[in-house]
Design a protein around this ligand. Structure first.
Ligand code: EPZ
Length: 430
């Protein structure tokens, strides 16, 4: 298993181009099941998760053609016919978002058998809202032996769906099914994340009418058939935020390009409060910090446009060195502090109580061996490693590879002392 070794202390200076958003790309890939024409996605990130979903889609009947186009990496997905409506446990367990093929399969073929994803390291993560939305659209759903059996022999029909609380995945899933339903669908209390707007934009190019994405009320006019389209994936706001925090942590000057500062405004104001300067530019932002100790700042995660839960681990890493005590409250997932004990191995002083973490800033972190527990937690450890004295060795790097494209290359180009150590699988921890 690969590991990442970082020798802390180098400032970061340079330019980092931001990739397309993982959490948009995987929903857009699922949308390709809705049409028998090719869907061309540009600005595609090349990640373990997109590769993985590509494999599942191939089993379902999609050809997946990855190439370098004029606008960078692109993937053309084409499903002339759905050859299987079955997504087995092994595939869904490895990547929860695979569950999102359920709605498109059902909408296109009238039947689907998809494994329930199960829990994960950040929380129980049930899918009850996804299933209720599909039922409201007319699906008949049975659960047995860990599988969702969904039927809609006469097709789905439009409905009014009021989500009891905000869910990104359930909002997207309802959209992915409702576009091929008969009649209109209205989703209320929808998630407003930028990835939802991106999905709506792509679905509109495919011939449906989705209005209001990015607001709590989304109206969808179902159509009998969708066409192919070309769509550019929005920039990854979590990757953008991660590098912004890395620059604030290590000091120096880093320009992030091919992105949009407004996507992470709730993080940027906190970085500025902590003592780094941020310049918003036409194609992204520049983060600068030259000396001086960071200040402790409190954050509370929330749905968009609030502070993203996917940036919480990175911000906690930043606060480990701040002057004072920072209170970090996690409101989206119930178990998302697994990085705290690993940061403590580097010398951080963190006390967890329920959904609250109290981070007392220390003067210095010291390198150690640490273990990644999930994607965002692991990049938080890398950020801490950038400033820890000596060497930090991050294990279980496959978590990072799920969602960060060429991380060590991008940080290395800015002067970080970071390298990947290829594992032979022998004698290493699991
Ligand atoms: C998406 O997960 C992202 N994943 C997550 O990013 C992100 O942290 C999350 O949204 C919040 O922004 C993808 O887009 C693939 P939710 P999702 O449904 O859709 C509960 C990463 O690292 N809930 O908005 O699963 C749920 O348990 C990942 O890239 C139910 O109870 O998030 C959670 O507490 C991690 N029932 C809350 O709602 C449901 O049916 C919000 O989850 C659905 C959700």
């Amino acid at each position: 298993m690969d590991r990442i070794a970082i020798t802390g202390g180098a400032r970061l200076n340079g330019v980092i181009p931001i990739s397309g958003a993982k959490n948009s790309a995987i929903k857009l890939m699922a949308a390709s099941l809705l049409t028998d024409e090719p869907l061309r996605l540009t600005n595609m990130p090349r990640l373990a998760d997109t590769k993985f979903l590509g494999k599942l889609l191939q089993r379902l009947g999609t050809s997946v053609d990855e190439k370098d186009g004029p606008d960078g990496a692109e993937t053309v997905l084409h499903t002339p016919e759905v050859v299987s409506s079955f997504a087995p446990y092994d595939l869904v367990r490895q990547m929860r978002a695979s569950f999102n093929v359920l709605g498109p399969l059902l909408a296109r073929t009238g039947t689907a058998k998809v494994s329930l994803p199960g829990g994960c390291t950040i929380g129980a993560r049930p899918v009850d809202l996804h299933l209720k939305a599909l039922e409201a659209l007319g699906a008949v759903i049975d659960l047995h032996e860990g599988y969702v059996y969904a039927q809609a022999p006469r097709g789905l029909r439009g409905a009014e769906i009021a989500f009891p609380f905000v869910s990104v995945g359930a909002t997207e899933h309802a959209m992915l099914a409702a576009v091929l339903a008969k009649g209109d669908t209205v989703l209320t209390n929808s998630a407003c994340e930028p990835e939802i707007e991106d999905l709506a934009e792509c679905l509109n190019k495919m011939g449906t009418k989705v209005e209001g994405a990015g607001t709590p009320t989304i109206r969808i006019t179902g159509v009998a058939r969708l066409n192919g389209a070309t769509h550019s994936v929005i920039p990854d706001r979590i990757e953008t935020g991660t590098f912004a925090v890395a620059a604030a942590m290590a000091g120096g000057e880093v320009r992030l390009t091919n992105t949009r500062a407004h996507l992470i405004e709730s993080l940027l104001v906190k970085i500025e409060e902590a003592g780094a300067s941020v310049e918003r530019t036409n194609d992204g932002l520049i983060v600068r910090r030259n000396g001086g100790r960071l200040k402790a700042v409190d954050v509370t995660t929330d749905v968009y446009p609030g502070f993203a839960t996917d940036l919480q681990a990175q911000f906690m890493a930043l606060m480990t060195l701040a002057d004072g005590e920072s209170v970090i409250t996690e409101n989206v997932f119930e178990n998302r502090f697994m990085h705290a004990p690993e940061l403590a191995r580097l010398g951080a002083d963190i006390t967890i109580s329920g959904r609250e973490a109290r981070v007392k800033g220390v003067e210095q972190l010291t390198g150690a061996q640490v273990m990644a527990t999930d994607l965002r937690a692991s990049v938080g450890l890398v950020i801490a490693g950038l400033v820890a004295k000596g060497e930090t060795m991050v294990g279980r790097v496959y978590h990072l590879d799920r969602g960060f494209e060429r991380l060590e290359e991008k940080l290395g180009a800015c002067g970080a002392n970071i390298r990947r150590i290829k594992g032979d699988g022998e004698g290493e921890e699991e």
